[in-house]
Design a protein around this ligand. Sequence first.
Ligand code: CP
Length: 318
Amino acid sequence: MRHLLSTKDLGRAEAIQILDIAEDMADVQNREVKKLPTLRGKTVVNLFFEDSTRTRISFEAAAKRLSADVINFSAKGSSVSKGESLKDTAQTLAAMGADGVVIRHSASGAPQVLAQSDWIDAGVVNAGDGTHEHPTQALLDAFTMRRRLFPGDSRGRGLDGVSVVIVGDILHSRVARSNLWLLGTLGATVTFVAPATLVPVGADTWPVDLSFDLDATLALMQPDVVMMLRIQSERMNAAYFPSAREYGRQWGLDDERLARLRPDSIVMHPGPMNRGLEISAGAADSAQSTVLEQVANGVSIRMAVLYLLLSGEREALS
Ligand code: CP
C-alpha cells in the first residue's frame, strides 16, 4: 500500500491487518507514555483545503504519537487564496521534504491526482475528497463496530453477519461510500435509507439494499448498527431537501426510534452532528452511542495507516 485513497482498494486481509495494528496502537494509548519512536525523522503534512475538526486533529495526534514531525497546512490564510494551484502547493511541500501527505479537498479525486502526479514523492492519504471517499473514517467506523460488537474477541476478524443501516444524506456522503465498500469487504450487510432526493443516481448498482422508509427498515432488520449521517447543508440544493421538520419526522433518529432499537445495537455518527435534525440529543448522548469512541478510535486507526505507509512496512500489505 503506497497510498490510501479509497476503501475499494483494500482487500479483506489488508483491511483486517489495519484494524489489528490499530488495536496495538490503542494499547499504546492506554500506556502512561503514549508515544512510539517508529516515525522519528519522517515528516507528515496535513493539507486541508476544507474545514475539519476530528480528522485534522486526529491525524496530527497520530503522527505525533509515532514521533513524526507534523506540518499543518490550511488553505484558509495560505497562498491558495491568492490562486496557487494544487501542483504548486504540492511542489512547495515536496521541497520541504514531506514523506506523507494527508489531504482533504472539496474536489472528488484530488488525492488521486496528487498520488498519480510526479509533483511529490510521498505517501498520500485521502482525508475526505468531495462526495467521493473518506477511507480512514470508514476504517475507524469498522474498528468501532468490531470492538463494540465483539468485545475481547475483535482481533483477526471481519464483520461477518453484522447488519448496518446507514441513514440520511447519502447523496453527498463520502462516509457512506467508503463504508459501503469496506463493510462489504469485511462481510457486513449494508442498507442505505434516505429520502429519494438524497440517493445518488446509480446507487441501485451498489452492493447495498436501498430503502426510503426508516421505520419499516428498522422494524424488519433490527440491525446491529444504525449509522446516522450529517445533512450536508453546505452542499445542498433546496430541491434535494424535505423541510427540516419533515426530515426529522421521517428520517431522524429521535428518542422514540431509539427506544425501538435492540438494546444491544449501537448508534454511530461520524460528526459533526446536527442535533435535533438527523439525531436527537438523547440518541447522540445515549449509552448506545459510539460518537466519542469513534473520535478516540480515529487516532488509533490513523496511527496504523501512517505506520503502514511510512515506516517501511507498507510492502507487507501489498
Ligand atoms: N468525521 C469527520 O470527517 O469530521 P471532521 O469534518 O470534523 O474532520
